[in-house]
Design a protein around this ligand. Structure first.
Ligand SMILES: [Zn+2]
Ligand SMILES: [Zn+2]
Length: 260
C-alpha cells in the first residue's frame, strides 16, 4: 500500500478545509507523506485558482506546517498548475500539471469539469458539436503539459471524460479518441513523469472509476509509463479516497508506482 497522497485542495483555492485540517486528517489516516496542491495562479480565471497574494500566503503556511508536524508526517508543498497558466508563480516541492479548459474561439476558456451543459456548450460553440474534435484539442494540450507547466505529476489525464456517466457520450474505443490519447501518451512518456491514478471524481459522485480509464491505463503500461496514487480531495474526509480498493487494480498492470 502507498501511504501517501499528493493531490488535495484547501480554502486557499476551492477546497473546503484548511491546510492544517487536511494535514491532521492525513495523520489520523496513517499517511506518512501528505502533499498539498493548491490550484496555481492563472491570469484568466480567478474563481477557483489561488490569487497571486494567496499563492504566497499558501506557500508560507504550508512551509510553516511542514516544520510544525515534522515529527508526525512528511508535508510537501505542491501546486496543481493549469496548462493555460504556464509555469507556477511560487517555488514548490513538486508540480501537478493539468488541463482544465477547452480553449476556443476568440480566446475563450471553458472549464471542462464543472458541468456537462457547460462542456457541451463549448463543444457546440467552439467545435461544431463534435466531441471528438474537443477531445483532440484537449489531448493536444495534455500531451504538452509537462513541458509547459514543468510538471512532476501528470494530472487527471482524461478529465475530458469526467461526465461520461452523466449524459456525455464519448466512445473510448472511437478511433479518433484513441489516436488523440495515444498520441498524448507517446509525447509524455519520454519525460518519465507519473500519470495520476486519481479517485477525485469518484468521491464527488461523478464517476465509478478513477482517471485514467482502463484502456488508457493499459496503453500507458504497455509503453512503460509510471503511475502515482492521488485523491484530488477538497475535504478532509476524502484524503486517500478508496486507495485500498483501486491500488491493487492499477498495480496489476505491473507499472512502476512513484513515491515522491
Ligand atoms: Zn484538477
Ligand atoms: Zn485538483
Amino acid at each position: 500500500m502507498v501511504y501517501a497522497d499528493y493531490h488535495m485542495h484547501t480554502t486557499y483555492c476551492d477546497g473546503k478545509c484548511t491546510a492544517e485540517e487536511m494535514i491532521l486528517s492525513a495523520i489520523a489516516k496513517g499517511l506518512t507523506t501528505v502533499g498539498l496542491s493548491g490550484h496555481g495562479f492563472t491570469d484568466f480565471d480567478g474563481h477557483y485558482c489561488m490569487s497571486r497574494e494567496n499563492s504566497v500566503k499558501y506557500a508560507a503556511e504550508v512551509t510553516a506546517l511542514k516544520e510544525k508536524y515534522k515529527d508526525k508526517i512528511r508535508v510537501l508543498l505542491g501546486v496543481e498548475q493549469d496548462y493555460f497558466g504556464g509555469k507556477p508563480i511560487i517555488e514548490t516541492d513538486y508540480v501537478i500539471g493539468s488541463v482544465h479548459y477547452l480553449h476556443w474561439g476568440n480566446d475563450v476558456y471553458t472549464p471542462i469539469d464543472e458541468h456537462p451543459d457547460q462542456l457541451m456548450g463549448a463543444v457546440n460553440a467552439g467545435f461544431g458539436g463534435d466531441i471528438y474534435a474537443a477531445a483532440e484539442s484537449y489531448f493536444q494540450c495534455m500531451g504538452d503539459v509537462v513541458r509547459v507547466t514543468g510538471a512532476d505529476i501528470i494530472g487527471h489525464f482524461d478529465l475530458i471524460s469526467k461526465f461520461c456517466e452523466r449524459g456525455i457520450t464519448l466512445d473510448f474505443d472511437h478511433p479518433r479518441y484513441k489516436k488523440a490519447y495515444t498520441d498524448a501518451i507517446d509525447r509524455l512518456i519520454p519525460y518519465g513523469k507519473p500519470f495520476e491514478v486519481n479517485t477525485g471524481a469518484i468521491s464527488r459522485g461523478y464517476r465509478t472509476s478513477p482517471y485514467p480509464a482502463m484502456p488508457m491505463m493499459r496503453y500507458i503500461a504497455s509503453q512503460g509509463g509510471k503511475i502515482i496514487f492521488t485523491s484530488d480531495s477538497h475535504h478532509v474526509d476524502n484524503i486517500a479516497f478508496r486507495f485500498e480498493e483501486w491500488e491493487p487494480v492499477y498495480r496489476a498492470f505491473g507499472t512502476e508506482v512513484v513515491i515522491l
